[in-house]
Write a protein of this length. Structure first.
Lengths: 289, 263
């Protein structure tokens, strides 16, 4: 694989963490060596009080990006413009570098399953989702990032691979991509495909952010639990991503069994080492070639 | 879009009603795990996630009735109330009403009529926690207003101010049940007493009130002018007690951050 030529055109934030309430006080007291934070948008779509107070104080010291879980971009239910308005209000408040959500649906008939339900990889779904992304981007007045999800189900209806689906949606909607390397690894195991084929197909110029997270291995399934450190094979896949895309803003998500901030900072240093080592190696190889 | 809509309808129905006999032919057999196993990941995660939310929002209820009974209560609530909110924050809002209803199985709270009040108290604390921010009216602001104008003043309560009437010793139970370590306290019933829940700066607070304060604050929250609040107090106090009590209550409300402005 070679480093994509357009990699320099994307904004680059460095190495970040997901901001979690367990670490609010430590972040403010220690101003740790984290280049940026990602917030879960819905956690701050409240009227006031501590969550927004901490958010404002931490935002003073760090760049942020916003990551949502309830946009339900793939749902056949109408877009929720009340939700979008609140999201837009939060964007005005936080001034994030970008905002993102998932390439999934979360419910129909007014119900929210609060889960990232996979889509069938069909032409019908490409057209449907791309149209909705375009409408959201028009409403927000900016492009958004869409993230690939971990999936445990695949549909008989699917007509293409997941990576072909993601590429087709991104191309048609002209949106950006948040590539979750752990999700690629999890879905590759669950659905028997080669994760390197996924990486190879990604349009590097659209990949503006990378997620890393831990997972749980069960008998015939891997579950995306975000409750463990990042697994070694995921780090290997991440190095391959850096080889292909160059430096991409990367962060660790941890949502359960949340360890002390110092543990996550040590893990983030590991991420930094892997990426910087791989990047230097790729640049050196490119020069030699 | 018909096929996509059908698939989402079918999948959601499967998650919400995992026990219902349904075909899984729409799931590809190409995965490593069997289709039924693949689907069960989503139905299990749905219940587990929402149970976690309820346990986080209602720690004293959980401690009071124990894990087994809480699990059964949560199961029944989750089945009866699919989430219709973009945020998990709002999912548990109907639990106090659900606890006092008859739609759920025996959850251990038969003979525990205080449970609805405990759930309501916990939910109200959560409402105050992230209620809208608003300016706080200060004693200095008040002294700038000439005394003759006071009777016509209308005070705006802070958005975090909530009122509860509790027949049981709920705040005492809540403090014991959420202490470290938690302690069980017997429920005791008395005549209904008025309680106030609010947020002072970033700290959620609660306290009981005398009846005259409750009536006066209810009048204020109902949009009554200061003169009308004094009239309410006059139904409970002697004529000479009213000015002093009214001024004292107002001073206390302002000092505690209950007032965000005047109009």
């Amino acid at each position: 694989m070679s480093t994509d030529s357009q990699s320099n055109s994307r904004p680059y934030l460095g190495y970040g963490l997901g901001l979690r309430k367990e670490h609010y006080d430590a972040v403010l007291a220690e101003c740790p060596n984290v280049d940026w934070f990602e917030i879960i948008s819905e956690n701050y779509m409240v009227d006031g009080g501590k969550p927004l107070d901490y958010l404002s104080r931490i935002r003073e010291h760090y760049p942020m990006v916003m990551h949502g879980v309830s946009l339900s971009i793939g749902s056949t239910a109408p877009l929720d413009f009340d939700y979008l308005k609140r999201l837009k209000d939060l964007i005005r408040r936080v001034e994030p570098v970008w905002f993102s959500d998932h390439l999934c649906w979360t419910g129909v008939h007014g119900v929210n399953l609060h889960d990232l339900m996979p889509l069938p990889y069909t032409e019908e779904a490409v057209l449907h989702v791309a149209d909705r992304i375009s409408r959201v981007q028009d409403y927000m007045g900016r492009r958004m990032l869409l993230e690939n999800v971990s999936s445990y189900v695949s549909y008989s209806d699917s007509q293409m691979s997941e990576w072909e689906f993601l590429c087709a949606v991104a191309e048609r909607a002209d949106c950006l991509i948040l590539l979750d390397i752990n999700n690629i690894y999890v879905s590759a195991f669950n659905h028997n495909f080669d994760p390197c084929s996924y990486l190879a197909a990604m349009p590097g110029e659209r990949v503006h952010q990378i997620h890393l997270a831990g997972h749980t291995q069960e008998n015939n399934l891997i579950i995306d639990t975000h409750d463990h450190p990042v697994a070694e094979p995921v780090f290997e896949l991440y190095a391959a991503a850096v080889q292909k895309f160059g430096r991409v803003s990367t962060m660790i998500e941890r949502d359960d069994h949340i360890p002390p901030l110092s543990d996550l900072l040590a893990e983030l240093e590991q991420v930094r080492d892997i990426a910087e080592t791989q990047f230097k190696k790729t640049v050196a190889e490119t020069r030699v070639a | 879009m018909k096929r996509l809509a059908e698939l989402q309808h079918t999948f959601q129905d499967r998650v919400l009603n995992p026990g219902k006999a349904q075909s899984a032919a729409w799931v590809s057999a190409g995965g490593r795990a069997a289709p039924e196993v693949q689907l069960s990941v989503y139905s299990h995660a749905y219940v587990a996630r929402l149970k976690d939310v309820l346990a986080t929002d209602y720690p004293a209820v959980l401690m009071a009735i124990g894990e087994d009974h809480f699990n059964r209560l949560a199961d029944d609530y989750i089945r009866a109330n699919p989430s219709r909110y973009f945020s998990l924050r709002d999912f548990g809002q109907h639990l106090p009403g659900f606890v006092s209803g008859t739609r759920h199985r025996d959850t251990g709270n038969q003979g525990s009529p205080w449970l609805r009040e405990l759930a309501l108290f916990e939910w109200t604390l959560g409402q105050a926690f992230d209620a809208a921010d608003a300016p706080v009216f200060t004693e200095q602001d008040m002294t700038a207003i000439p005394y003759p104008a006071w009777p016509e003043l209308r005070f705006i309560p802070h958005p975090s101010v909530h009122r509860l009437d509790l027949e049981w010793n709920i705040p005492e139970m809540w403090q014991a049940l959420t202490g470290d370590p938690p302690v069980q306290v017997s429920a005791g019933r008395d005549r209904a007493s008025p309680w106030l829940v609010w947020r002072e700066q970033l700290v959620t607070r609660f306290r009981s009130m005398q009846v005259d304060e409750q009536r006066a604050l209810d009048a204020l929250r109902g949009g009554g002018r200061f003169g009308e609040i004094c009239e309410v107090l006059a139904t409970l106090l002697s004529e000479e007690q009213v000015p002093l009590r009214a001024a004292g209550l107002l001073k206390g409300w302002i000092a505690q951050g209950l007032i965000s402005g005047i109009e």
